[in-house]
Design a protein around this ligand. Structure first.
Ligand SMILES: Nc1ncnc2c1ncn2[C@@H]1O[C@H](COP(=O)(O)OP(=O)(O)O)[C@@H](O)[C@H]1O
Ligand SMILES: [Mg+2]
Length: 258
């Protein structure tokens, strides 16, 4: 097995109030405490990305991990915020985890029920610009997941529309950061791979089973692996069946997942 390099090790150990899921949570330090020492870890990651951008033209990247709850969304939001710290950079954050979307909720965009990526992919007549929200305070644009309705995410990613949407985003932004689904339990990353320059693979310290990480690395493939991000997740590890097939359910600890 090839060994991708570790680009960053994220250590944040603040706890989150699960009752206030709508609020920007403490781990999104890129948006709430961007002068903190913790945020510097994301600036390190940003630097690694800027080097890849300059050396190999990497501008469209996806964040994945072997399974759920490893910190993909947290990493995607904080990395996008770090890249957007450069006021000259045009940065877009895309929620591509269409089955379990959480970017909009984690960003507190609770009043937003307009179209998102799923809608744009399902309806080629819908302009991308109708689905992109600008967050001027953070110099960040966001393309939420939108509504899947009856659509199948795999088919949406397989459509030629997905390729043309990514091409359009590539022209409009310096960096496009996809919050991707987990690589192992669902097949979406195998399709997303064709359109992105590379993946960052988040590994939850002490959580990600070695076998699943190896599987994720096989799925992503060496030519599309930009590197690993070690992340420390304080939430209890839950199996993907729970998260992917128990939509909106409560965990054994009695908390809403979203
Ligand atoms: N470095 C970290 N330290 C502490 N908690 C974290 C960290 N990264 C993520 N979390 C928390 O762990 C949970 C899962 O993270 P999330 O980014 O939503 O994972 P994923 O997108 O991979 O499912 C969230 O409650 C998040 O706030
Ligand atoms: Mg997520």
């Amino acid at each position: 097995m090839m060994r991708p390099s570790v680009l960053a090790a994220i250590r944040i150990s603040v706890t989150r109030d699960a009752e206030t899921g709508a609020a920007i949570d403490d781990h999104l330090i890129g948006l709430t405490a961007s002068d903190s020492v913790e945020f510097e870890q994301y600036l390190v990651l940003r630097q690694a990305l800027e080097r890849l951008h300059a050396a190999s033209g990497v501008s469209v990247l996806a964040i994945t991990s072997a399974t759920v709850n490893e910190g993909k969304t947290t990493t995607a939001i904080n990395l996008a915020a770090a890249l957007a710290r450069n006021r000259q950079a045009r940065v877009l954050l895309v929620d591509a985890d269409l089955r379990v979307p959480s970017v909009a909720i984690q960003l507190g965009m609770i009043d937003w029920d307009g179209p998102g990526l799923a809608d744009v992919l399902a309806d080629p007549g819908l302009p991308l610009t109708d689905a992109i929200r600008r967050r001027p305070t953070f110099n960040l644009s966001v393309l939420p997941a939108g509504q899947l309705r009856d659509a199948n995410p795999y088919e949406l990613f397989q459509s030629t529309r997905f390729g043309s949407v990514v091409a359009e985003l590539r022209r409009a932004y310096d960096y496009v950061v996809f919050d991707a689904p987990p690589a192992v339990p669902v097949p979406d990353c195998r399709l997303i791979e064709a359109c992105v320059d590379g993946f960052l693979i988040v590994v939850a310290a002490h959580h990600t089973p070695r076998r699943l990480l190896a599987e994720a690395l096989t799925i992503v493939g060496p030519e599309k692996s930009l590197g690993l991000v070690f992340n420390r997740v304080d939430a209890p590890f839950r199996g993907y069946y729970d998260a992917y097939y128990g939509y909106g359910g409560y965990t054994s600890r009695g908390r809403a997942r979203r």
